[in-house]
Structures are given as structure tokens and as C-alpha cells.
Design a protein around this ligand. Structure first.
Ligand code: ASP
Length: 324
């Protein structure tokens, strides 16, 4: 057994013009959440508790696109979704269309632990939240002025996938040095909020994954993305745990998270090889990224989008925090 490992993401598809102060803010938040996870792992908290703890923290901070700070629907409302999976026994829970639950990832955990089902959505999920006595707030709590501004820009550009439409040739390091100034005719020096996720293998070799999001800015009311879909945005088993981010429709088509585990199991690849294989074979170019750990204590963060907010660490002292 290779010891514990953890990875956190704050979303793929980063605006190449992201201002320096925003980059620093993101790095601080990711580092803080990584440290919370590392302390929990050092205190022998099981992987499933660690992923919930870290994602709750990210949901509570308005910086990324989950909980407070969630992306807005075309109607200016917030509809959040989250999922969680325990690799030790492959139990899972998910929620969609949540509008008043402060921490959707914990509601997903309750679906897993306290309901006979794996996935609850919209009014049923809200009703279950009330029954469970979780903290609930007005929908306004989740709406930030940054996101109201972003929605306006997205509407003016008639765009849903705001920062995923950057032409491929302007992606990567070159784009960071020489960023495109306009997209769909609009300046893109605006921060686009991104989904959050966490994957963990604990020192017992148990893997867990959790993902939480407001979805895509200017999405249709009722749209469900990859994040709550077990096997697409989130997956954990006794081999690995995966959390994805990026254009949900592309991730769903690629069943990205489950494919990483399947390739490891059926082709005998190690984590890094499996992730590279799946991103190369299953994911449309420029669309998404993922974080993953294996039960052997391996950890990796990979993306084919412009960037991905990420942080990871392993018991052997390895640590990485990055955006591009
Ligand atoms: N995958 C998310 C969705 O499509 C968005 C993101 O990862 O930023 O809802």
C-alpha cells in the first residue's frame, strides 16, 4: 500500500486572461482546502469523510462554482448538483436541482447513507433535505454579484459554455502568454466560475470521490450535467477515485470517471496511463479535465482544457498546486 493521497479541483476551462489577484485567490483557497484534507487524513479520517469535508469547504466559499457562488441558470436562479461515492463498498449518493440546501455534497451523502436510493432531484431532493434537517437558506444566498455580471455577459454573447469556446489553437501555454482578447465578440477578462471536486485514498487504501457544482452559466432550467452522474463526473471503487470537470455534455458522452476505473481494471494500466488513455480516447479536445487517485497511493491531475484549478498531495511529500 502506498499511503494516502488527495487531489482537489476548482474546475477546468480557466479564462486565459484571469487577473493575477484572482489567480492568487484561487491558489490560496485550493491550498487551504488541500491542507484541511491532509490534516484530516493524518488524523485517520476515512476517505469518504475527507472528500465531504473538503467539498463542503469549497461550497461554502463563494470563489468557485458550487454552493455559494454557483453559476446561474438562464432565469438567474441557482440549481445545484453534487455526488459522492465511497470506493470501499461502491455506495453512492447524488442530488440535482437543489435550490436551498447550503451544502449539496452533504445532502448527496445523506442520500447515500439514509435513503433507499442513489439519486434524488428537484422537489424530492428538497423535501428529503427538510426531513434530514440539513441547513437550508434562501436561493439568494447562493447568488453573487460576480455571477450576475457573468450571466449578463453570457446572455449578450448568446453563450452557455462561456469559457469552453476558446479556439483550440489559442489554448495551452501560448494562450497564457498571449491570450485571446475576445470570444464571441466579447472581452473575456472576466472570471468564469468553475465546479469543485475532491478525490482521496486514505492510509487504509480506501478511495472516495465527491463533486459539486452550480453547472454551466446560462444553462437551461432543469439541465443536469455530469457532476451528479455516477460514472460520468464522479466514480470510486477499490481501484481508484475520479472527479471530473469541464463541459458536462462531453464528460457524459465519454463516461469519463468510470472509464478510468474500467481501463485500470480490464487493461491493467496504472493510474497515469489510464487517465491519459481515457482523456485521449474518450474526451473531445479542449473540453475537460479530471483528478484521480489510486488505491496504491498514486495521484494525478490531467486536462485538455485551457487550464484546471487544482491541488494535490501524497504521503511521500509530493505536492502540486496549479492553474495552467
Ligand atoms: N462539469 C460541469 C457541468 O457541466 C461544469 C464544470 O465542471 O465547470 O455542469
Amino acid at each position: 500500500m502506498g499511503g494516502w493521497a488527495i487531489a482537489v479541483h476548482g474546475g477546468a476551462g480557466v479564462d486565459p486572461n484571469l487577473p493575477k489577484d484572482r489567480q492568487e485567490q484561487a491558489t490560496r483557497l485550493l491550498t487551504r482546502c488541500l491542507q484541511i484534507g491532509i490534516s484530516a487524513l493524518r488524523s485517520s479520517l476515512p476517505a469518504i469523510d475527507v472528500v465531504e469535508l473538503v467539498v463542503r469547504e469549497l461550497e461554502t466559499d463563494p470563489f468557485f462554482n458550487s454552493g455559494r457562488g454557483s453559476a446561474l441558470t438562464e432565469k438567474g436562479t441557482v440549481e445545484m448538483e453534487a455526488s459522492i461515492m465511497d470506493g470501499a463498498d461502491r455506495r453512492c449518493g447524488a442530488v440535482s436541482g437543489v435550490t436551498t440546501v447550503k451544502n449539496p455534497v452533504s445532502l448527496a451523502r445523506l442520500v447515500m447513507d439514509k435513503s433507499p436510493h442513489s439519486y434524488l432531484a428537484f422537489s424530492g431532493a428538497e423535501e428529503f433535505a427538510k426531513q434530514m434537517g440539513v441547513e437550508m437558506v434562501e436561493n439568494d444566498y447562493f447568488i453573487t454579484s460576480d455571477n450576475v455580471g457573468m450571466l449578463k455577459l453570457a446572455k449578450e454573447a448568446n453563450s452557455i459554455l462561456f469559457d469552453y469556446r476558446i479556439p483550440l489553437e489559442s489554448c495551452g501555454a501560448a494562450a497564457v502568454e498571449n491570450p485571446p482578447l475576445h470570444m464571441n465578440g466579447l472581452p473575456i477578462s472576466v472570471y468564469a466560475p468553475e465546479t469543485v471536486g475532491c478525490v482521496v485514498v486514505d492510509s487504509q487504501g480506501h478511495c472516495a470521490a465527491a463533486t459539486s457544482t452550480g453547472g454551466l452559466m446560462n444553462k437551461m432550467v432543469g439541465r443536469i450535467g455530469d457532476s451528479p452522474l455516477i460514472g460520468s463526473g464522479t466514480y470510486a471503487c477499490d481501484i481508484c477515485a475520479v472527479s471530473c470537470t469541464g463541459e458536462g455534455e462531453a464528460i457524459i458522452r465519454g463516461t469519463l470517471a468510470r472509464d478510468v476505473a474500467a481501463v485500470m481494471e480490464y487493461k491493467g494500466l496504472d493510474l497515469q496511463e489510464a487517465v491519459d488513455f481515457v482523456i485521449g480516447k474518450r474526451l473531445d479536445k479542449g473540453k475537460a479535465g479530471l483528478i484521480a487517485v489510486s488505491s496504491k497511493g498514486e495521484v494525478t491531475c490531467r486536462f485538455n482544457s485551457v487550464g484546471m484549478f487544482r491541488a494535490c498531495a501524497a504521503e511521500d511529500g509530493y505536492m502540486e498546486v496549479g492553474i495552467w
